[in-house]
Design a protein around this ligand. Sequence first.
Ligand SMILES: [Zn+2]
Length: 236
Amino acid sequence: MRSDVTHDTPLAFTVAMSFLMGVVTTIAVYSLRADKLAPDVSEIHASPVAASDGSGTDAASAKDQPDVTPKEPAAAVPAAPVSPTEAGEIVALRGRELKLPVDGVDRKDLRNTFAESRGSRTHEALDILAPRGTKVRAVEDGRIQKLFTSKAGGLTIYEFDPTQTFTYYYAHLDRYESGLQEGQMVKRGDVIGYVGSTGNASPDAPHLHFAIFRLGPEKQWWKGEPINPYLVLSEQ
Ligand SMILES: [Zn+2]
């Protein structure tokens, strides 16, 4: 890469090209892998859809969908196109070097489950399988915005990043770290909960359901546009 760059190329240009190459590679990898995927767990999930007053009641109808247990792996879903906006955000998030939220898991072992179907919905998250009780850690410094219990997600945490641009969503927790409270500031790597199968996760396959959402201008924890966490957390 360096040898292709002449000496008078501005550093900013070099950096920008490096980022661009990274995005192109990421998208290529995503496209290649997406067609090999099959669901590894049977579930559907809550997305942070509107609770009528945001008070934590399980008011959203999307959370009332029945648990789904496909008899056979669903057909692979074509990779969702990554918009330029999303690609830029993925680059930005990769630059933050987020911590893997589950102990004992390697980046190369992650599987892209973002575009898989879960019943009538698209998954739009990353499932990280781990034994029940494995520590779940904050991926970045941030604020525990909401501790929420929903039918599909079970025990969940919504963490806002320091700039309130993104929410990190952790679901199916067995339990919260003791003392964890809404409004609490956490550091990258702090233990916030433990892997479980609450909500509609199969008891036989405890895992962390991890999602990233871009917050809207109102910064409502239950609303956001999903960003593929696999493209942020996986090894390049
Ligand atoms: Zn999931």
